[in-house]
Design a protein around this ligand. Structure first.
Ligand SMILES: [Zn+2]
Length: 377
């Protein structure tokens, strides 16, 4: 209460002071949506002298306003209500507004009078507008799972986990990914398969879903291997994750190990502020296909359990950076534990890699059939 009173007493004074010192004060940020666009109106107390063009981030856009500050409570609930999100920070005298939206959207900015700046978010033309409850990718009335994206975890200087037998996660994931690609080519010739990498190179985490989105992917599978801090370790088995805030310590441990790949990136600043709240917002942005991701994840677990000796650890959820920003159903498969002697041996073997690729391709086929049925009703 005292803080509220202080705010009421001192804010007009602050406003006057900052206006006089040439600092713009943003008094409101409000969003309105139509079926094909969202407009965000940023209003200043007086003339807004400058603003920068929106810049794309891992989960939306950032707009910077030099020499500016913002009124407390300026963010209207319309800009923080999913699927939109907004967070504010001040870097020196620059006001930074980070908007969360689909990464396949575009954002334009324009002045509207002296005090207002208007940002318009529109889906890229190829996506067209999707009504609230739609599932992804109904092309010209005809359903198709026409593009599948396979993401082999790690690569290049990022070796991932090292097995008890000396095998590297990056090599296992690439081997399984290539076998999976070949199986798709053989069994689903009309489906385009996109690999985020098909050689031993490092790809930044955000770039992986960007590749998937740009390719118009309808399904994203990120392949990894689990590992415990001490080895050999009895923990073993396969688990499949979907993007949601971590539910337990084990899930958080897995996400934190996988997210540590950002240390190999030139600029990890895009992940700063990727807090639990941001993961929640990113999850909301995926709300239209979270059920499909779940259904795909549980199908993978069923298939791996029935066709490989790997134990079924079930489906889980955590905040994986590599899944943030995907505009399609997506999962991350922790195929097995490289810190476990039996799992590591299986994962390093051609037979094990083939069996895993096979179970993933069967899971895709089963998922595709379910998806098709759900689309035709
Ligand atoms: Zn990994």
């Amino acid at each position: 209460m005292i803080r509220l009173l202080c705010a009421l007493v001192f804010l007009p004074a602050l406003l006057l002071q900052t206006e006089q010192s040439g600092v713009s004060v943003i008094t409101s940020v409000r969003a309105t949506s139509t079926t094909d666009s969202t407009t965000i109106r940023i209003r200043a107390a007086r003339t807004l002298t400058a603003f920068q063009k929106p810049e794309r981030t891992i989960d939306g856009f950032v707009v910077r306003i030099p020499s500016a500050t913002i009124y407390p409570d300026a963010l209207d609930s319309s800009v923080i209500k999913p699927p939109l999100g907004c967070r504010v920070e001040r870097v020196r005298d620059i006001l930074v507004l980070r908007f969360v939206c689909s990464t396949t959207d575009t954002m334009t900015i324009a002045r509207d009078g002296q005090r207002d700046v208007v940002c318009t978010i529109r889906p890229l033309p190829k996506r067209r507008s999707e009504p609230e409850s739609t599932m992804p990718a109904k092309t010209a009335g005809k359903w198709s799972l026409d593009v599948i994206v396979i993401d082999a975890g790690h690569g290049g200087q990022d070796a991932g986990a090292e097995g008890v037998n000396g095998v590297f996660e990056k090599d296992v994931t690439l081997a399984i990914a290539k076998k999976l690609r070949d199986l798709f080519k053989e069994n689903m010739p009309s489906t385009k398969v996109v690999m985020t990498r098909d050689s031993d190179v490092f790809i930044e985490l955000f770039r992986r879903t960007q590749i998937a989105n740009e390719a118009g992917g309808k399904l994203f599978i990120s392949i990894h291997c689990n590992s415990m801090p001490t080895k050999p370790n009895p923990a073993h088995g396969c688990e499949t994750y979907i993007l949601r805030p971590g539910r337990n310590d084990d899930a958080a441990r897995v996400a934190s190990r996988e997210n540590s790949s950002v240390k190999f990136e030139k600029s990890s600043s895009r992940y700063q502020g990727m807090t639990e709240d941001q993961i929640i917002i990113a999850t909301m942005a995926q709300r239209s296909f979270v059920r499909l991701s779940e259904s795909f994840a549980s199908t993978i677990q069923r298939e791996v359990k029935s066709t490989t000796p790997l134990a079924d650890r079930g489906m889980s959820q955590a905040g994986f950076f590599v899944l943030v920003g995907a505009s399609m159903p997506n999962v991350l498969v922790e195929t097995g534990f490289l810190s476990n002697t039996n799992d590591a041996e299986y994962l390093a073997s051609a037979a094990g890699q083939t069996a895993l690729a096979r179970s993933l391709s069967v899971a895709v086929k089963l998922y595709a059939a379910t998806y098709q049925r759900s689309m035709s009703h």
